[in-house]
Ligand binder design. Structure first.
Ligand SMILES: [Zn+2]
Length: 169
């Protein structure tokens, strides 16, 4: 199983960093200790806007699951009727699956990596783990008794096309 590393986005340097790189106050300001010490000041989106957008996006990212391979894992979810996948514990690009097109996977334009999107995806990612919606690839493919909802079963098509994605990762 993948490690449970928790991270946070720093608006100063633009990196996703583990929690210990943030101090208590820095955390809320989305500035890591280093950037905070360097005196960077970031104008913050009004909290109510952020919260509203967070809530809205959070509601439309659905049917999440995590699939583990021997050396890697993928986070899959549905957003506005499309299926998305992101690898490397959310460190890869966000890819949208287009099964009817030749390349199958495309770097998402609708959902691009930014603070809000990543905050939502991290939340969903940890919820998915907490809810045990994590599966080993082998079980998904070979074990007919593995319990998985109909909606999530649709992700199997994405999983079985993964070789198209390898070149990107
Ligand atoms: Zn920073």
């Amino acid at each position: 199983m993948g490690s449970k590393k928790r991270g946070h986005f720093c608006k100063g340097c633009g990196n996703f960093l583990p929690n210990e790189k943030f101090s208590g106050r820095g955390h809320r300001k989305h500035l890591c200790k280093k950037c905070k010490e360097s005196g960077i000041v970031i104008s913050i989106e009004p909290k109510s806007d952020y919260d509203r957008n967070f809530h809205r996006l959070s509601k439309s990212v659905r049917n999440c699951m995590i699939v583990y391979f021997e050396h890697e894992s993928f986070f899959l979810f549905e957003y506005q009727k499309s299926r998305y996948i992101i690898g490397d514990e959310l460190n890869s690009e966000i890819f949208v699956f287009k099964g009817d097109l030749e390349g199958k996977f495309f770097v998402s334009e609708k959902l691009q990596k930014n603070e809000l999107v990543m905050d939502v995806l991290y939340k969903k990612y940890y919820e998915t783990m907490d809810n045990n919606l994590t599966f080993d690839y082998e079980d998904l493919i070979y074990d007919e008794n593995v319990e998985i909802s109909k909606k999530r079963r649709q992700h199997l098509e994405v999983i079985s096309s993964l070789h198209h994605l390898r070149g990107f990762l």
